[in-house]
Design a protein around this ligand. Structure first.
Ligand SMILES: Cc1ncc(COP(=O)(O)O)c(C=O)c1O
Length: 377
């Protein structure tokens, strides 16, 4: 099956009991056993739930992995991969990850004895020197495109480098979505998603997922999913399944709108710089590993005054954290998504108070353009 067919049909065959085209949501927490320990594969819903199974099968098909484990949030999915490590193990992370991921690595897992070092996201020689600096390098952790500056990392070359040091590559594919990029096919070992974003797509569910490429890595993620217990509710799984059915259509429109917004912003006198994958990275690399550069656009405006006036004047576009929804969302990463980063780190990463990140939605492009135009005037 091709992507669109998988998005609609994977994991969700009609209910064999009634023929219901949309299978029921299995809310039951527990399952009757024929005899002690003799059951139909389901005992208790933290361990395994039929609605979650459907969602996991669907994401596995879209990411072309071995198995997927779903979690209650993107950060609990991230946490599950980190919990496969032991004290003394090392992680090389791209320097411009989502601020909450950096907070989790630095303020939780460093305290548990995991060594975390950061590399310049688009500099593979820096990744190599950081891998060399660790006694026990176990994971390389990246986002591509990165958040919020939309740098592109060469996933295929980085996966070879990572494996040559005996480590595994994790790609947070939240920004790209499986429709635009499949990191496991490019050599990554784990894909992590905040399914809160494009997969859900309607700003009404928080969730996370880890898709594993190799059979031998499935066991530990499944163990942690059950043992730690950060699982999504069946209703949240249903909402995600429903959202994913239109992922490809939504992302196509979002990308088309984003292209027009980039052209508008590039020529605007109040915009100092536009960040978009084809502007910030080699076009050939973007085309090689992505179907399209995506629908996230960041830009630097000329002054704090412009930021404030712009935010005040927005009517359609919401000033809000998060991304990937049908509605356009605008944020100022310095004060919002990346507020938890130390000041000196924000400075080094060019996350300034005048940097704006726009998650382009599927509204009519003419309304979005006139909103941006009048907000910037
Ligand atoms: C790229 C990325 N990864 C992970 C997360 C964390 O996901 P969640 O908010 O679902 O825990 C986010 C949240 O914004 C994100 O943008």
């Amino acid at each position: 099956m091709r992507f669109a067919t998988k998005a609609i049909h994977s994991g969700g065959a009609p209910d064999p009991l009634t023929g219901a085209v949309i299978p029921p949501i299995y809310l039951s927490t527990t399952y009757q056993q024929e005899a002690p320990g003799k059951h139909k594969g389901y005992e208790y819903s933290r361990t395994k739930n039929p609605t979650r199974d459907q969602l996991e099968a669907c994401i596995t098909a879209l990411e072309e992995g071995e198995e997927t484990a779903c979690f209650a949030s993107g950060l609990s999915a991230t946490s599950a991969i980190m919990q496969t490590l032991s004290p003394g193990d090392g992680v090389v992370a791209g320097c411009d990850l989502y601020g909450g991921t950096v907070r989790l690595l630095d303020k939780v897992y460093k305290l548990w004895g995991i060594k975390v070092v950061y590399a310049e996201s688009n500099d593979l020689t820096d990744f190599e020197s950081k891998l060399k600096s660790l006694d026990k390098p176990k994971l390389v952790w990246i986002e591509s495109p990165t958040n919020p500056l939309l740098n592109i990392v060469d996933i295929s070359t980085l996966s070879q480098l990572t494996h040559s040091y005996g480590a595994k590559l994790v790609v947070d594919n939240t920004f790209a979505t499986p429709y635009l990029q499949n990191p496991l096919k490019l050599g990554a070992d784990y894909v992590v998603h905040s399914s809160t974003k494009y997969l859900g797509g309607h700003s009404d569910v928080v969730g996370g997922a880890v898709t594993v490429k190799n059979k031998e890595d499935v066991k530990s993620i499944r163990f942690l999913q059950n043992a730690v217990g950060g699982v999504p509710s069946p209703f949240d799984c249903y909402l995600l399944l429903r959202g994913i059915k239109t992922l490809h259509i939504r992302v196509e429109r979002q990308c088309k709108n984003a292209e027009e917004i980039v052209s508008f912003l590039i020529n605007h006198p109040k915009i100092k710089k536009v960040y978009y994958p084809t502007l910030t990275a080699e076009r050939a690399l973007v085309n090689e590993q992505m179907r399209h550069p995506g629908a996230m656009v960041s830009f630097e405006v000329d002054s704090i005054e412009t930021v404030n006036k712009m935010c005040e004047r927005l009517k359609i576009i919401a000033l809000a954290e998060s991304l990937g929804a049908v509605e356009s969302l605008l944020c100022v990463p310095y004060y919002m998504t990346h507020a938890s980063l130390p000041e000196e780190r924000k400075k080094r990463l060019n996350i300034t108070p005048t940097l704006i990140r726009l998650s382009v939605g599927i509204e009519d492009i003419n309304d979005l353009l006139s909103e941006l135009d009048s907000a910037l005037q």
